[in-house]
Design a protein around this ligand. Structure first.
Ligand code: NAD
Length: 253
């Protein structure tokens, strides 16, 4: 039997798809044939244009602010109303707040935990309900972090949220693998996006990070797409509960 990475006929939902890693993942999934619902607060014009230019799967924008769980059911309903189905969910939207642990505020704790963990759980629940009631499978891909494995500094709520996300990925995999839903995560290393701009602008942190990456360069967003296509595809049907690093070898060091 040939291994299949083909996503034709599938509908994917990607949160935070306007920029950075979410945009690269949406473009990669569409390139593999999926129709992609682009979910977020901002204009998706760049991502829509990139998907149209590639000429494979089509795209559709769903406006939602994921800082609360209020829109989660509507996001799933709108995606299903668009193509009649939702097969793949990529929980990519995420935020980071930086301050020394000794000074870290409750507001920065709550804001990060809400987007990075609470909304991810309830969106996954809303996505899984129709799949389970219809008795058909699907794929959930959570965008974790190296801070799912390591401590980091000056990002307490981010590290807590991404470490929690690794645990949540495993729990959901255990509950839903038997129902044909694959729940996995990708842990990106240091990628060149808005999320890491402060680090890249700090010459000391920038050279310390670069010096520790075996591949010798910051990840470019398009270097993440292949892992997302793999985990979304039939090739990964027996892969459950993994947190897959895509990090230029950082964790191997
Ligand atoms: P980014 O800041 O460019 O993208 C974050 C995305 O999340 C944006 O699309 C943003 O609009 C969206 N978002 C944030 N809050 C939202 C809200 N309330 N409602 C809707 N959308 C919201 O950064 P990125 O690097 O592309 O980050 C994408 C994901 O990858 C995040 O979960 C981040 O934690 C994770 N990550 C990034 C790196 C990296 O090196 N860049 C490393 C590990 C993990």
């Amino acid at each position: 039997m040939a291994v299949s990475f083909d996503l034709s006929g599938k509908t994917a939902i990607v949160t935070g798809a306007n920029t950075g890693l979410g945009q690269a993942i949406a473009v990669a999934l569409a390139g593999a044939g999926a129709d992609v619902a682009l979910v977020g607060r901002s204009s998706m014009a760049d991502t829509e244009a990139a998907i149209a230019a590639a000429g494979s799967g089509k795209s559709h924008t769903i406006k939602a602010d994921l800082s609360t769980i209020e829109p989660v059911q509507d996001v799933i309903d709108q995606a299903i109303a668009w193509t009649g189905r939702a097969d793949i969910l990529v929980n990519n939207a995420g935020i980071i707040r930086r301050a020394d642990a000794i000074d870290f505020s409750e507001a920065d704790w709550d804001a990060v935990m809400d987007v990075n963990l609470k909304t991810v759980f309830f969106l996954s629940q809303a996505f899984a309900r129709p799949l389970i009631s219809e008795g058909r499978g699907g794929k959930i891909i959570n965008i974790a972090s190296l801070l799912s494995f390591q401590g980091g500094i000056r990002i307490p709520s981010y590290t807590a949220s991404k470490s929690g996300l690794a645990g949540l990925t495993r729990l959901l995999a255990c509950e839903w693998a038997g129902k044909g839903i694959n729940v996995n995560a990708i842990a990106p290393g240091y990628f060149s996006t808005n999320n890491t701009e402060a680090l890249r602008n700090d010459p000391d942190r920038n050279s310390a990070i670069l010096g520790r990456i075996p591949a010798g360069h910051w990840g470019q967003p398009e270097e993440l797409g292949g892992a997302a296509v793999f985990l979304a595809s039939p090739a990964a049907d027996y892969v459950h509960g993994v947190v897959l690093p895509v990090d230029g070898g950082w964790l191997a060091r």
